[in-house]
Write a protein that binds this ligand. Structure first.
Ligand code: ADP
Ligand code: MG
Length: 247
């Protein structure tokens, strides 16, 4: 077996035993203050749909940033797709991140580019051949319900439409994991539901989905796994869970 093949097998074994996402005793301390995460251990399997809820400041975004390797832990280990994320060499980070789609509350679109260009951009930076881009972008825009809006600029779109563009951009490279940090935080209830329904469809098609949210009604209705954080620790983790009231 080649060294590369052997490493691939080791990663598969890690995923099988501990999940596609595995945090092992993870703490993150930003500065002198209380840790943002304090000894978090967590397994998320391939194909799961997971909500992460909790008060503002409880460490949810920190957890997402650790998965993306925007941050490295102060203690413990973060494993994503069988990779010990902190030990990834810098030259391997771009390739690693291709497997992670990310959506934020504030959309973060390129304001001077149209819908098509915003999505195509994600493919160009990883050098997908133009012919494939011309096939993939319309396909993913149809999936998110934006088939007729290629030429619109972000400012000409509603919040719900902008978030669909962001979602299309996150998905066009076909990531194994989709991370969403308060994706409906700026949306009205109708658009929030539409985005969450899309996330559910994406999950049903095979993508592992992790959604940070404050949307109590949606969490209670969708009956997914719910992880509740408080002051940097997981205080509950329930299959088919509910939004737990802050005390
Ligand atoms: P949440 O997303 O649940 O609101 P965060 O992960 O953003 O929580 O923050 C957790 C804690 O870490 C908070 O106390 C926050 O003030 C602190 N924090 C977050 N980012 C930084 C940073 N870049 N520098 C210093 N402290 C930070
Ligand atoms: Mg946050």
């Amino acid at each position: 077996m080649s060294r590369k093949e052997e490493k691939r097998k080791q990663r598969e074994k890690m995923i099988e035993e501990n999940g596609l996402i595995y945090l092992d005793g993870v703490s993150k301390v930003y500065s002198a203050g209380a840790p943002a995460l304090n000894g978090v251990t967590l397994h998320i399997n391939r194909g799961e749909f997971v909500f992460i809820v909790g008060d503002s400041g409880s460490g949810k975004s920190t957890l997402i940033k650790l998965l993306l390797r925007e941050l490295v832990p102060s203690a413990g280990k973060v494993w994503v797709m069988g990779h010990d994320v902190a030990r990834l060499p810098h030259r391997k980070i771009p390739k690693f991140r291709r497997n992670l789609g990310i959506v934020f509350q504030d959309f973060r679109l390129l304001k001077d580019r149209n819908v098509y260009e915003n999505v195509a951009f994600a493919q160009r930076i990883i050098e997908v051949p133009p012919k494939e881009i011309r096939r993939n972008v319309p396909s993913i825009l149809a999936t998110v319900g934006l088939a007729g809006k290629y030429k619109a600029k972000p400012r000409q779109l509603s919040g719900g439409e902008q978030q669909r563009v962001a979602l299309a951009r996150a998905l066009v490279n076909n990531p194994a994991i989709l991370l969403a940090d308060e994706p409906t935080g700026n949306l009205d209830p109708k658009n929030s539901w539409e985005i969450m329904n899309l996330l559910e469809e994406i999950n049903e098609a095979g993508t592992t989905v992790v959604v940070v949210t404050h949307n109590r009604e949606i969490v209670n209705d969708m009956r997914k796994r719910v992880i509740t954080m408080k002051k940097g620790v997981i205080v509950s983790d329930e299959e088919e869970g509910e939004y737990i009231d802050e005390d």
